[in-house]
Design a protein around this ligand. Structure first.
Ligand SMILES: *[C@@H]1O[C@H](CO)[C@@H](O)[C@H](O)[C@H]1NC(C)=O
Ligand SMILES: *[C@@H]1O[C@H](CO)[C@@H](O)[C@H](O)[C@H]1NC(C)=O
Ligand SMILES: *[C@@H]1O[C@H](CO)[C@@H](O)[C@H](O)[C@H]1NC(C)=O
Ligand SMILES: *[C@@H]1O[C@H](CO)[C@@H](O)[C@H](O)[C@H]1NC(C)=O
Ligand SMILES: *[C@@H]1O[C@H](CO)[C@@H](O)[C@H](O)[C@H]1NC(C)=O
Ligand SMILES: *[C@@H]1O[C@H](CO)[C@@H](O)[C@H](O)[C@H]1NC(C)=O
Ligand SMILES: *[C@@H]1O[C@H](CO)[C@@H](O)[C@H](O)[C@H]1NC(C)=O
Ligand SMILES: *[C@@H]1O[C@H](CO)[C@@H](O)[C@H](O)[C@H]1NC(C)=O
Ligand SMILES: *[C@@H]1O[C@H](CO)[C@@H](O)[C@H](O)[C@H]1NC(C)=O
Ligand SMILES: *[C@@H]1O[C@H](CO)[C@@H](O)[C@H](O)[C@H]1NC(C)=O
Length: 838
C-alpha cells in the first residue's frame, strides 16, 4: 500500500543523484554490431553524490511504477576514476528514469582490471561481446561460442544474456558469477563466488564459496584449500544431476538432484528482487536489502555462521592472529610478545602477525613448536593418521616441513590416547576457545624457526626482566602499605554495613544461609551485567567473578517477587545442597533489586548439547546415560530426601546445567513451590514450559509426578537428539511423545535413536531399554509413573520395567492439551479447569 506520503517522499528522493540530462533509458535489448563508448556524450548517465557514476547501455525496468531495475553498462566507484563494465541495480521512476540510492554492482566483467573514460564495449557482428580500454587494448570478451547470436538482453532478474534466433541462451552472466547472487540466480556445482580485495579494490582475494555435490562450502585458498564453512543438505544425493544452490525466497536453497531449469524461463515475482547476497572481502556472506527510507542497501542477514562465530573467518585476525571475541593478538611465548611473532602494521588494523624468523626447510633442526592452549583452528579436513597423543601430533609436524602448525583436539569422553591431530600448511586466523562452546580440549602447536634473532630476543628478555624487577621493587613496598590501609578501612566499613542490616533482617544468623551481597558488589563482579549467559522466565543470568571463582548471577525481574517471598525462597534454596543440584552461593535484596548468585557451570545448559549439534560433536551414549542418572538423582533429592519436599515444576533441558566434566545439575528452582510432607498435593497457577507439561496440569491436581513426566520428555530428547516439539518437522513427527507412541506400537523404536551419533547406534539395545523406561515416566496417569527413587533403581539396574507398562503407554489417548500451542499456554487457565482449592 503505497500511500501519497510515500510517493511524495520518493519524488523528493529523486533529488539525490545529479542528473546531467533528464533522460529515460528504455531498452532492455541490443542488436548486433553495436558499439558503446564510455563517456557522457555518447551514453545516458547519472552522476551520484560522492562521485559514483553509472552509464547504462541496457536497462530493464521491473514495473511501470517506482521500482528497481537491472542495468548493464559502465560503472565508476570512487575513490578511483576507473570504470567497470557490469550489471547493477538502480531505482527507477514510472518513466524509467533513474532516481536516488547508490546502485550496487552484482556482476562485473573486468573486476581486476577497471577501464578508463572512452573505453568501449562492442557487440560484434558475429555475436561476441568485447570490452576494450581507451587505448584499444583488449580487456575482456565473451569469446566466440561458434553459435550464432541474434542479440543481447538484460533479463528481469538481472542476467545479461546473448541469445540466438530461437531465443535460446548462448552466453549468460549467470554462468560467470563474481561475488554476488541476485534472487533467482543459482550457483551450479563447481561455480564459485570469489570475494574482492576490499570495498574499493575489486580484484579477487583468496576467499571463495563454491558448490560441491552436497552443498555450499566456503574456503580460503591455500595449498590445500582450507574450509571455514559449509551448508549442506539434510537429504542424501541419489540422482546424478548437477547440485545447485539457488538464492530464492530470501535464503539459499540446496537442490541435490533436480534438473536445472533455465532461470530465464522462470517468471520470478518482481518483489523478490530488492535483495542480493554478496561474499564480502572479509569472507562473510551477507544478504543485503533495499531500504526505501534510507535509500541504502544495508546487510540484513549473515548467510554463513561458522562454528566459531565471527572468530571463525580465516582472515579476521590475519595470518597467525588469535581471535578472542573482538580482539586479535599475536601468539606469545611465556607472555612475551617479542618472542617469535610481531604484528603486521598497526596492531589495531588486525592485519595479522609475522614470524621474526621465516621458516626455513634447510634448517629443520632449528624448528620448534610453540604451544597455544585453549586455542583451536577452523579447518578440520586434514587429520594426521595414527597421531592420537599430543606428542605424536607434534612429532608428525616437526618431521615434515610443509606442516606449519597442528591442532590437537581431545573430545570429551575419549581416553587420554584418543585425540585428533589436524594438519595446517598455512596458518590463517586462530580461535581462542572457551570450554562452554565446544566439547573438546584443544591446543595448537605453531612451528617457529629458531635463529640468531631469537637468541638475541631471549637475552634481551632476561635483561628487561632484571630492569623490571629493580624498577618495581620500591613502588611495590609503597603499594603493600597502601593496600593494608585500604583493607583495614574496608573491613571496618563492612562491619558497620552488616551491623546496620542486621537490624532489618535476621537472616544472617542462619548457619546455612547463603552469603549476602550488595547490589554494587554484584554489579562490579559482573562488570555492569555485561556478559549475559542466558535468559529465563524470571530474569537474565550474567557471568561474574567473585575473587577467583566464576559465578552466575541471576537478576530477577523485581516486579514479580516481594521481599518476603524472595527471602523465603533464598532460605529454601540455600538449605539444599546436593551434587546434582546447582548450588546457591549468595543473594542480594536491595530496594527493588533481587539477585541470586549461583555456582558457574562452564558447559552451559543441556539444550545446547542436544539440540544444536552443528556446533558440537554429538555426545556419546555413556555421557548421555550418565546425564540421565544425574538428573534423576537431583530430582530424587528434591522430591524425597530434602528437609522440605519440593517439586521443580519446570524440568527441561534449559534447566539442566553441565559442569566441565559433563556432570549434570538441576538448576532454577525459581518456579518451584514447597510441598509439605503431609500434604501430597499442591495447587499452583499453571507453570512450566509447553512441551514438557504433564497432562494433569489441566485436569487434576499437581504432584511432584509432573517432574517425572518432564524428566521422561528430557530422556527422550537426549536419546533422539531433537526437541520434543519441533514445528519445523512435518506434522506427523513434530511431537516426539506422539511419535514415540506410534513407533512403539509399530515396534520401530530404533527409528528414534539419534542418527548423528554412531556411538548411540552401536548401543542400540541399551538405548531401546532406556526408551521403554521413558515411556513409563510418560504415562498419562501421574500415579502410575515411577517415583524418582524407583527411577534410580531402574537406571542402576536394581529393578526392571514391567512390559505391561508399555501397553498402557501405547494404548493411552495421545491427546495432549495445550502443549502444542504456546499462545494457548500464555493465556491464564480458567478457574474451572483447575480443580482443588486455590
Ligand atoms: C534492432 O533491430 C530491429 C530490427 O532491425 C529494430 O527494429 C530495432 O529497433 C533494433 N533495436 C535497437 C535497440 O536498435
Ligand atoms: C574521450 O573522447 C572524446 C571524443 O573523442 C574526447 O573529446 C575526450 O577528450 C576523451 N576523453 C578522455 C578522458 O580521453
Ligand atoms: C523471442 O522472444 C521475443 C520477445 O519475448 C518474441 O517476440 C519472439 O517471438 C521470440 N522468438 C522466438 C523464435 O521464440
Ligand atoms: C588491488 O589489489 C590487488 C591485489 O592485492 C593489487 O595488486 C592492486 O594493486 C590493487 N589495486 C589498487 C588500485 O589498489
Ligand atoms: C531426489 O532427491 C530426493 C530426496 O532428496 C529423492 O526423494 C528423489 O527420489 C531424488 N530423485 C532422483 C531422481 O533421484
Ligand atoms: C544420469 O544417469 C542416467 C542413467 O543412469 C544417464 O542416462 C544420464 O546420462 C546421467 N546423467 C548425467 C548428467 O550423467
Ligand atoms: C518460494 O517462492 C516461490 C515463489 O513465490 C513459491 O512458489 C515457493 O512455494 C516458495 N518456496 C518456499 C519453500 O517458500
Ligand atoms: C601468562 O599470563 C597469564 C595471565 O596473564 C598467566 O596466568 C600465566 O601464568 C602467564 N604465563 C607465564 C608463562 O608467565
Ligand atoms: C596406522 O596404524 C595402523 C595399525 O597400527 C597401520 O596399519 C597403519 O599403517 C598406520 N598408518 C600410518 C600412516 O602410519
Ligand atoms: C609432507 O606432507 C605433504 C602433504 O602435506 C606430503 O605431500 C609430503 O610427501 C610430506 N613429506 C614428507 C617428507 O613426508
Amino acid at each position: 500500500t503505497m500511500g501519497p506520503v510515500r510517493l511524495f517522499f520518493l519524488v523528493l528522493a529523486t533529488a539525490a543523484p545529479l542528473f546531467s540530462a533528464a533522460q529515460s533509458f528504455g531498452y532492455p535489448t541490443a542488436n548486433l554490431s553495436t558499439l558503446w563508448i564510455n563517456n557522457d556524450a555518447s551514453l545516458p548517465h547519472v552522476h551520484y553524490k560522492g562521485g559514483l557514476v553509472v552509464r547504462p547501455i541496457l536497462l530493464r525496468s521491473q514495473s511501470k511504477y517506482y521500482s528497481q531495475s537491472f542495468g548493464t553498462g559502465f560503472f565508476c566507484a570512487p575513490p578511483y576514476d576507473m570504470f567497470y563494465f557490469g550489471v547493477f541495480i538502480v531505482q527507477t521512476d514510472p518513466d524509467t528514469r533513474i532516481i536516488g540510492g547508490n546502485p550496487p554492482v552484482v556482476w562485473s566483467a573486468n573486476r581486476a582490471r577497471p577501464v578508463r573514460e572512452n573505453a568501449t564495449v562492442e557487440l560484434t557482428s558475429d555475436g561476441e561481446l568485447i570490452l576494450r580500454d581507451a587505448d584499444g587494448s583488449l580487456v575482456w570478451s565473451t569469446g566466440s561460442s561458434g553459435r550464432s547470436v541474434a542479440g543481447m538482453v538484460i533479463t528481469n532478474i538481472g542476467n545479461l544474456v546473448l541469445f540466438d534466433l530461437m531465443n535460446a541462451t548462448v552466453w549468460q552472466s549467470f554462468d560467470h558469477p563474481t561475488d554476488a547472487l541476485v534472487p533467482g540466480q543459482s550457483l551450479l556445482e563447481g561455480m564459485k563466488l570469489t570475494a574482492s580485495t576490499s570495498a574499493t579494490n575489486w580484484t579477487e582475494n583468496q576467499l571463495y564459496a563454491t558448490v560441491l555435490s552436497d552443498g555450499l562450502y566456503a574456503y580460503v585458498a591455500s595449498a590445500p584449500p582450507q574450509n571455514y564453512y559449509m551448508l549442506t543438505s539434510n537429504e542424501d544425493k541419489t540422482g546424478n544431476e548437477t547440485t545447485r544452490v539457488t538464492f530464492m525466497n530470501s535464503s539459499l536453497c540446496i537442490f541435490l538432484n533436480s534438473t536445472f531449469k533455465d532461470p530465464n524461463s522462470i517468471s520470478w515475482p518482481t518483489t523478490t528482487s530488492a535483495q542480493f547476497i554478496r561474499l564480502g572481502y572479509d569472507g562473510h556472506l551477507r544478504m543485503h536489502e533495499w531500504d526505501m527510507a534510507e535509500e541504502t542497501w544495508p546487510a540484513v542477514e549473515e548467510v554463513m555462521k561458522p562454528n566459531f562465530g565471527d572468530c571463525g573467518f580465516p582472515t579476521v585476525c590475519g595470518e597467525y592472529g588469535i581471535c578472542t571475541g573482538r580482539k586479535c593478538t599475536c601468539p606469545l611465548q611465556d607472555n612475551y610478545s617479542s618472542g617469535y611473532f610481531k604484528p603486521i602494521g598497526d596492531p589495531k588494523d588486525n592485519l595479522g602477525c609475522t614470524p621474526l624468523t621465516p621458516i626455513s626447510c634447510q634448517e629443520m633442526q632449528h624448528h620448534q613448536l610453540l604451544t597455544l592452549d585453549e586455542v583451536s583452528y577452523f579447518d578440520v579436513n586434514y587429520p594426521v593418521e595414527n597421531a592420537t597423543t599430543p606428542d605424536d601430533c607434534k612429532q608428525a609436524c616437526l618431521k615434515n616441513c610443509s606442516c606449519r602448525a597442528v591442532n590437537f583436539r581431545q573430545y570429551y569422553g575419549q581416553t587420554g590416547t584418543d585425540g585428533h591431530c589436524l594438519w595446517v600448511t598455512k596458518v590463517f586466523s586462530l580461535q581462542s576457545i572457551k570450554l562452554e562452546s565446544v566439547n573438546y580440549k584443544s591446543s595448537v602447536f605453531i612451528k617457529v624457526q629458531l635463529g640468531p634473532s631469537n637468541s638475541a630476543a631471549a637475552s634481551a628478555r632476561s635483561t628487561n626482566n632484571s630492569n623490571l624487577i629493580l624498577g618495581t621493587a620500591i613502588p611495590a613496598i609503597v603499594i603493600v602499605v597502601l593496600l593494608a590501609i585500604v583493607v583495614t578501612l574496608y573491613l571496618q566499613r563492612r562491619r558497620a554495613y552488616y551491623d546496620k542490616k542486621d537490624e532489618d533482617f535476621s537472616f544472617d544468623q542462619f548457619a546455612r544461609m547463603p552469603a549476602r551481597f550488595s547490589f554494587q558488589k554484584l554489579r562490579e563482579c559482573t562488570q555492569g551485567f555485561s556478559k549475559k549467559l542466558g535468559e529465563g522466565g524470571f530474569g537474565s543470568v550474567y557471568e561474574g567473578k567473585l575473587g577467583e571463582e566464576r559465578v552466575a548471577v541471576k537478576r530477577l525481574e523485581s516486579a514479580r517477587q516481594g521481599k518476603k517471598e524472595f527471602l523465603a525462597e533464598v532460605e529454601t534454596i540455600g538449605s539444599i545442597e546436593h551434587i546434582n543440584l546447582v548450588r546457591l552461593i549468595g543473594f542480594c535484596a536491595e530496594k527493588s533489586q533481587r539477585l541470586l548468585v549461583y555456582e558457574y557451570m562452564p558447559r552451559g545448559s543441556l539444550d545446547r548439547w542436544i539440540h544444536y549439534r552443528h556446533n558440537n560433536a554429538p555426545l556419546n551414549w555413556g555421557t548421555r546415560s550418565r546425564i540421565i542418572l544425574d538428573i534423576a538423582k537431583g530430582l530424587c533429592y528434591l522430591h524425597e530426601e530434602c528437609r522440605r519436599k519440593m517439586a521443580h515444576l519446570d524440568i527441561k533441558p534449559q534447566n539442566i546445567l553441565l559442569d566441565e566434566n559433563f556432570n549434570a545439575k538441576v538448576a532454577d528452582f525459581g518456579l518451584s513451590k514447597l510441598i509439605d510432607r503431609d500434604q501430597s498435593k499442591v495447587v499452583t497457577v499453571m507453570r512450566g514450559t509447553p512441551g514438557y507439561l504433564a497432562p494433569e496440569w489441566l485436569t487434576s491436581q499437581i504432584t511432584e509426578k509432573v517432574d517425572v513426566y518432564s524428566f521422561g520428555v528430557v530422556v527422550m530428547e537426549l536419546i533422539s537428539g531433537r526437541k520434543n516439539i519441533d514445528n519445523s518437522l512435518p506434522e506427523a513427527s513434530s511431537n516426539l511423545t506422539n511419535l514415540l507412541r506410534g513407533k512403539a506400537r509399530d515396534n520401530q523404536l530404533s527409528d528414534l535413536i539419534d542418527k548423528h551419533s554412531e556411538d548411540m547406534l552401536s548401543h542400540h539395545e541399551q538405548v531401546i531399554q532406556m526408551m521403554k523406561f521413558a515411556m513409563w515416566c510418560l504415562l498419562n496417569d501421574g500415579c502410575q509413573r515411577p517415583s524418582m527413587s524407583t527411577v534410580i533403581k531402574v537406571l542402576e539396574g536394581v529393578t526392571s520395567i514391567e512390559t505391561a507398562i508399555l501397553h498402557r503407554f501405547i494404548d493411552a489417548n495421545s491427546v495432549m492439551p495445550v502443549q502444542d500451542n504456546i499462545s494457548a499456554y500464555s493465556v491464564q487457565p480458567q478457574a474451572s479447569t483447575l480443580s482443588g482449592p486455590r
